[in-house]
Unconditional design. Structure first.
Length: 116
């Protein structure tokens, strides 16, 4: 059974930093592209960042470019999201996602709240 477990969320002041982690099990982690999405109250889930299975390619939403960094450790079956210069608009539940066509798995999410 596949499990993606996010951690590292919390309450932080604007301008602060957090590092989210996602631990995967039940999949051959190195075969999957990994992504982070987020969903703010009353809004649709949106793409935040992605990282190819070989770490060769990254992509970021315009709203987080220059502030967030995605990385992975295939030896630890984990993906990370370093978030700097956080803004109240970053408040959301952050979800880890593992993709390898036709498979697509989601974690349960971790709450990030940024106070002004």
């Amino acid at each position: 059974q596949v499990h993606l477990v996010e951690s590292g969320g919390g309450l932080v002041q604007a301008g602060g930093s957090l590092r989210l982690s996602c631990a995967a099990s039940g999949i051959t982690f190195s075969n999957y592209a990994m992504c982070w999405f987020r969903q703010a109250p009353g809004k649709d889930r949106e793409f935040v960042a992605s990282l190819s299975r070989s770490c060769g390619g990254t992509s970021y939403a315009d709203s987080v470019k220059g502030r967030f960094t995605i990385s992975r450790d295939n030896a630890k079956n984990s993906v990370f999201l370093r978030m700097n210069s956080l803004e109240p608009e970053d408040t959301a539940v952050y979800y880890c996602n593992a993709k390898m066509i036709p498979f697509n798995y989601w974690g349960q999410g971790t709450q990030v709240t940024v106070s002004s």
